[in-house]
Design a protein around this ligand. Structure first.
Ligand code: 0O2
Ligand code: 0O2
Length: 262
């Protein structure tokens, strides 16, 4: 009998925290390599007690069956493009049997729900090591595009407001909005290479800018004032030109100065 919900939910909360860190780290490692990340952002939540009780009731289960629910721990991974969903699913599959175990996959991106809901769900078994010892919990990872997320968030709140009995005219609008979100995803897929290239260019430019400014700062604190003055001017012109090549040349030049003073 669950008589202490807080204690019962503790490992689920730990699973959410750990999984969030792991997927956010994946995003960071792509960015660290100036690579386009299939993960745009990650959120997570532990299901509320009232939502757990409502779902158990809907499924004809008792409170003691709560651990059977797959989504007490919920992770949501948002992607820019539909193709990124497959990349994220592959990243999860690569961990199967290592730090998690895939239990089930539900592809609502291909088998779109009647409501218009699209997302890819992966249910996993995940071990947490709590103060009370190791514990295996189920977690649901929902992977979706920004457009899918926009629609699902609005749909969820409307369903909540009307408790499932959505007026017909609202239902029609929601269905139209689901179609529009689908078209938006398809349109973005048509220019996916341009989107990825422009973001890689932006990443490369910002990391090069950071490198150059850090090096100029090191020269400054080491009293190389004359070269710092010149380099600052050159940095200004390179930035203004908008050319990555100019920034690269300046970076190489600073590296040479570093070699000379070593
Ligand atoms: P950043 O710097 O914004 O990228 P916690 O406080 O640890 O429980 P966390 O991760 O801070 O949780 O918050 P939560 O609610 O789980 O996740 C929110 C994260 O999603 C935040 O990122 C938000 O910035 C990000 N987010 C939410 N909506 C959007 C959106 O529409 N676009 C983008 N790009 N990000 C969004 P972080 O982790 O604070 O990092
Ligand atoms: P939350 O935390 O409020 O999001 P069931 O709830 O029994 O119908 P089942 O069979 O457990 O669902 O799993 P399913 O349908 O594969 O996934 C359930 C979760 O997917 C839901 O969680 C939603 O997050 C999301 N989802 C599924 N269908 C829809 C939909 O039509 N609209 C929106 N907005 N989300 C959907 P919960 O239980 O609602 O919990």
């Amino acid at each position: 009998m669950i008589n202490n919900w807080q204690k019962f939910l503790l490992p689920y909360s730990q699973a959410v925290d750990e999984l969030k860190v792991k997927f956010k780290s994946m995003r960071k490692s792509y960015k660290g390599l100036d690579e386009f990340s299939p993960i745009e952002f990650v959120t997570g939540r532990v299901k509320t007690i009232s939502s757990i009780i409502e779902k158990l009731g809907r499924r004809g289960l008792s409170i003691d069956d709560a651990a059977k629910l797959e989504d007490i721990s919920g992770i949501r991974i948002m992607c820019q493009l539909v193709d990124d969903i497959t990349s994220v699913v592959d990243l999860i599959k690569a961990r199967d049997g290592k730090d998690l175990e895939i239990v089930e996959e539900r592809d609502y991106t291909k088998n779109i729900k009647e409501s218009g809901y699209r997302s890819y769900h992966v249910i996993v078994n995940y071990w947490v090591y709590t103060a009370a010892g190791p514990k295996e919990v189920l977690a649901e990872i929902q992977i979706r595009t920004l457009a899918m997320n926009f629609w699902a968030t609005i749909d969820h709140s409307i369903n909540y407001k009307f408790e499932g009995n959505i007026p017909e005219h609202v239902k029609i609008r929601l269905k139209n909005a689901a179609d529009a979100a689908y078209i938006l995803d398809m349109e973005m897929s048509e220019i996916k290479d341009e989107i990825k290239d422009s973001q890689k260019l932006f990443l490369a430019e910002s990391s090069l800018t950071e490198k150059i400014l850090n090096k100029i700062h090191i020269l400054y604190v080491n009293n190389n004032y004359s070269s710092v003055d010149l380099l600052r001017k050159e940095f200004y012109y390179a930035k203004k030109s908008g050319s990555l090549d100019e920034l690269r040349k300046l970076n190489d030049k600073i590296d040479l100065i570093f070699k000379e003073i070593e």
